[in-house]
Design a binder for this molecule. Structure first.
Ligand code: AMP
Length: 178
């Protein structure tokens, strides 16, 4: 399946979770066997080309794609978790949202020093989440040069923000607007 066929499997829900947002729902993509498989194949090829030694994904939808890519490549998976979920002493990073702040945490022992960790997530909007994840993984000792997404919303400028932070960004498909 090519990227146009995969794009057709994304369900767009207007005004969710608030008015004005076009929610790009991956539920319909991951529920489609050939679509899910083709998506993982594309991401895995790109992660391999980037020299990935481990894959990191952000809770929760990044776990679906990231873990599947890791399995496909025979690599370990690093979960970038919401606060308070890991049962050990974590390292974390707080980052700004449109309203308020959020936090991501990882196991400080999950990454070998200098390991090439490729980030995988479902969607990049403002880039705030991916930027925080990259910074956190770098704090944990990773080399983070690549971030892969299923969907990019280029009008929100996230990919450009990531590139300014020395990350190469690739997405399978783009949707204009918010
Ligand atoms: P951001 O930090 O702004 O790049 O947003 C990151 C996360 O928010 C993504 O991983 C998505 O899970 C979610 N998200 C943001 N905007 C949308 C949208 N329009 N449709 C679906 N998910 C979204």
């Amino acid at each position: 399946m090519d990227s146009d066929a995969l794009k057709a499997l994304i369900r767009t829900v207007p005004d969710f979770p608030e008015p004005g947002i076009q929610f790009r729902d991956i539920t319909t993509l991951i529920g489609h066997g050939p679509g899910l498989s083709a998506t993982i194949d594309i991401l895995a090829r790109r992660a391999q080309a980037a020299g990935a030694q481990a894959i990191a994904g952000m809770e929760a939808r990044g776990f679906i794609f990231g873990a599947a890519v890791a399995v496909k490549l025979g690599l370990g998976f690093v979960p970038v978790r919401k606060p308070g979920k890991l049962p050990i002493k974590t390292i974390g990073i707080d980052y700004a949202l449109e309203y308020g702040t959020d936090r991501l945490e990882v196991d400080p022992g999950a990454i070998a020093n200098g390991q090439n960790v490729v980030i995988v997530d479902d969607l990049i909007a403002t880039g705030g989440t991916a930027l925080a994840a990259a910074e956190l993984l770098r704090m944990a000792g990773a080399r983070v040069d690549h971030a892969l997404f299923v969907i990019d919303l280029p009008d929100l400028g996230g990919a450009d923000r990531l590139r300014l932070a020395r990350l190469s960004v690739e997405a399978i498909m783009q949707f204009s607007g918010t």
